[in-house]
Ligand binder design. Structure first.
Ligand code: CP
Ligand code: NVA
Length: 308
């Protein structure tokens, strides 16, 4: 049994195997109607709990569809509707759910909830986003980069904006997949240095820069995300917008990256804030491939968790 809690907690050879497997899984479905079951049914007879403490479109639907295509069944649970949201401990919840279901995917406000769930569950637990990381997203992003441009190893990825949970998983992936990562944003919204140091310790070049134009020079991939995440106080909105406006990804900024650079955004986006519609819908953008690839990447993650 394997938990999928974070990219840096998973062996590089397992991560590589999951990306390669996701690619095969995707190819095998090529041209088939969306409701068609996968040729093999590794989750037949399996029940998967999908728990959400906060909103979701992609994570919720891609996990649900993925489980069903692999022959399993799902139950989507809102944290607020469970006893978990009314005082029952995470440890007790984990032990009870483990008696009913074969796999738990959970999106939490606090990382500690995920870690406690994993500690006490006797079935695999998958991180569907916390305040600190979003590993399933970056598995989809690595798959997306590689299907468009080949191996991500040695490439330069530039993150523009808030040093948030999605950036953190990019930093984990930089160390594990061997790419370089530049953060361009205001000092007040720098990522936690532990993420940067871990990637550097694994040999990645990780730079922190203030000038977005200088940062994107030579970029193979430019990435951004919302300026206000779900765990951020809404009261910080105006201040963050003022600080982050210089880091908007627009056509002018993209013109300083490599001519064949890709643009990614995990979505949901606030169009014309963190990135312009011209970029999001433009020739560099692969945002909808990223969204689709959540489905394929997470199938590989679930199979790895269950040893299938
Ligand atoms: N990218 C992502 O995780 O989207 P959702 O919040 O819609 O799940
Ligand atoms: N950083 C965003 C990602 C949403 C998928 C958030 O946490 O709200």
């Amino acid at each position: 049994m394997n938990h999928f809690l974070d990219i840096h907690k998973t062996a590089p050879e397992d991560l590589r195997a999951m990306i390669d497997s996701a690619r095969s899984i995707k190819e095998a479905r090529n041209g088939k109607p969306k409701g068609t079951p996968d040729a093999d049914q590794p989750l037949a007879g399996h029940m998967v709990a999908l728990i959400f403490e906060k909103p979701s479109t992609r994570t919720r639907v891609s996990f649900d569809v993925g489980v069903r295509q692999m022959g399993g069944e799902t139950m989507v649970l809102s944290g607020a509707d469970m006893q978990l949201g009314h005082g029952e401990t995470i440890a007790d919840t984990a032990r009870v759910l483990s008696r009913y279901v074969d796999l738990i995917m959970i999106r939490t406000f606090e990382e500690q909830t995920l870690l406690e769930m994993a500690e006490y569950a006797s079935v695999p637990v998958i991180n569907g986003l916390t305040d600190r990381t979003h590993p399933c997203q970056i598995m989809a992003d690595v798959l997306t980069y590689e299907e468009h441009r080949g191996p991500i190893k040695g490439k330069k990825v530039v993150w523009c904006g808030d040093g948030n949970n999605v950036f953190a998983s990019f930093a984990h992936a930089a160390g594990q997949f061997g790419f370089d990562l530049t953060f361009a944003g205001p000092e007040t919204l720098d990522p936690e240095m532990v993420f940067v140091e871990e990637a550097r310790a694994k040999g990645s070049k990780v730079e922190i820069m203030r000038d977005p134009i200088a940062a994107v020079q030579g970029a193979d991939l430019v990435v951004t995300d919302t300026w206000v995440s779900m765990h951020d106080p809404q009261s910080a909105r105006e201040r963050r917008h003022n600080q982050l406006r210089p880091y908007q990804v627009n056509e002018e900024l993209m013109s300083h990256a490599k001519s064949d650079a890709l643009f990614m955004h995990c979505l949901p986006a606030h169009r014309d804030d963190e990135a312009t519609s011209a970029v999001m819908d433009g020739p560099h953008s692969v945002i909808f491939d990223e969204a689709e690839n959540r489905l394929h990447a997470q199938k590989a993650v679930m199979r790895w968790c269950l040893g299938k």
